[in-house]
Design a protein around this ligand. Structure first.
Ligand code: NDP
Ligand code: MG
Length: 390
């Protein structure tokens, strides 16, 4: 049966990999909507190549360019965040959530409300609104499939298993761009240096988050929210080769590891074809050539992000939304070269402390409350950035 698919964030790193897999298996898919932001040329090309029904840009000022690029094709064109939400209402069997940042939450929620199968790359959705997302999926009979490589790995290791028998979940971390740098040098890390990942080709934001370990911090929270396991059962371990993506430990002592090359097309393809496993264009590992796999414990003093994630998991409520909003704003500040590499964690820690004293740490999680906490956290992070620059 032909699967009707929509891709939010089709022009990004995850989006382009998803498009690549669909383009290789055209007969199996009908593309409904593709969405992007500023990269109009890529969006128009994808829409033409995959004969999408509609192409949507998040920016109304880009409407004219997109319209011109698709003139004569019969492909519908729309612009703005509302248009992305409308695209989420179009009938589809499978929806990829690959917008970067908290902006990915509302369209993903909308897709779940339609009962869709949501392939979730947008980790911010689970970090900011995990309980809301899971509850919305349950209420509308929707399915969420993890696309983050670690969570896809855990999901696969759990197939046929009883959650009762799970004792621990271990997600691996490459250690990011600065894993071999001495502590004293970290403060000098530049934007260009932080934007180069040793193992994975990804968008710039997640690449920098890998260097600070904020990416792993978010993934700890993601693991808790998606699989419903206790924070004490979740561990992160540095594994520089990035070949084992995660391990699940059972009460009989067995550890089930998921091993594969660092290529997101595995996790994306697994979700795209689920519950089937189809042939995927990823390299096959030659273990003799790999020869050895190494591990080391992460250093939480060096990487405050991991400690902050533990605090967020303990606090719950809107702590995840605050954590993420502050982190996104701090990341903007680093990308704009307003603050240094180590300042990002400082900003997040201060915003969490400030908002903890206020009413924002309440237990109620609604989409409106999450978005409000997100914007307040960004505002406060902006103030912290000014103080640091001051
Ligand atoms: P990219 O930055 O490469 O792509 C982001 C996508 O979102 C692009 O399509 C971009 O459009 C679009 N976009 C940006 N801002 C907005 C906005 N305000 N509203 C709507 N759309 C917007 O990111 P990645 O592909 O690297 O990551 C996407 C998500 O997947 C993130 O949440 C990331 O954490 C997660 N993820 C990514 C992995 C990876 O390997 N890259 C691995 C695991 C998770 P445009 O390009 O037109 O500007
Ligand atoms: Mg990951």
């Amino acid at each position: 049966m032909v699967r009707r698919v929509t891709i939010f964030g089709s022009t990004g790193s995850i989006g382009c990999n998803t498009v690549d897999l669909i383009a290789r298996d055209r007969a199996a898919f009908k593309v409904v909507a593709l969405t992007g932001a500023r990269n109009i040329e890529t969006l128009a090309r994808q829409a033409r190549d995959l004969e999408a029904e509609i192409a949507v840009t998040a920016h109304t000022e880009c409407y004219g360019d997109l319209k011109a690029a698709l003139s004569g094709t019969g492909i519908e064109v729309a612009a703005g965040p509302e248009a992305i939400l409308e695209a989420a209402e179009r009938p589809a069997d499978w929806v990829m959530s690959a917008i970067v940042g908290a902006a990915g939450l509302p369209p993903g929620m909308k897709a779940l409300e339609q009962g869709r199968t949501l392939a979730l790359a947008n980790k911010e959705s689970l970090v900011t609104a995990g309980p809301l997302l899971m509850e919305t999926a349950r209420r509308h009979g929707a399915t969420i499939l993890p696309v983050d490589s670690e969570h896809s790995a855990v999901f696969q290791a759990l197939i046929g298993e009883d959650m009762e028998a799970v004792e621990r979940v271990i997600i691996t971390a490459s250690g990011g761009a600065f894993r071999d740098w001495p502590d004293a040098k970290l403060a000098t890390a530049t934007l260009a240096q932080a934007s180069a990942h040793p193992n994975w080709a990804m968008g710039q934001r997640i690449t920098i988050d890998s260097a600070t370990l904020f990416n792993k911090a978010m993934e700890l929270i993601e693991t808790r929210e998606y699989f419903g396991v206790d924070p004490q059962m979740i561990e992160a371990i540095v594994h520089p080769e990035s070949l084992i993506h995660a391990l699940v430990g059972f009460r009989d002592g067995a550890l089930m590891a998921h091993i594969g090359p660092p290529d997101m097309r595995h996790a994306i393809g697994f979700a795209l074809n689920w519950p089937d496993r189809k042939t995927l264009p990823v390299a096959r590992l030659d273990l003799a050539a790999v020869a050895q796999l190494t591990f080391r414990a992460p250093d939480e003093t060096r990487h405050p992000a991991l400690r902050l994630a533990r605090e967020v998991m303990a606090a719950r409520g809107l702590a995840g939304a605050i954590f993420n909003g502050a982190k996104e704003r701090a990341l903007d500040g680093f990308i704009a070269e307003q603050i240094g590499f180590l300042d990002m964690a400082r900003v997040v820690e201060r915003v969490l402390a400030k908002m903890d004293a206020g009413r924002h740490m309440g237990p109620e999680i609604t989409l409106a409350a999450v978005m409000a906490a997100d914007s307040e956290a960004r505002r406060l992070a902006g103030e912290e950035i000014e103080t640091l620059q001051g």
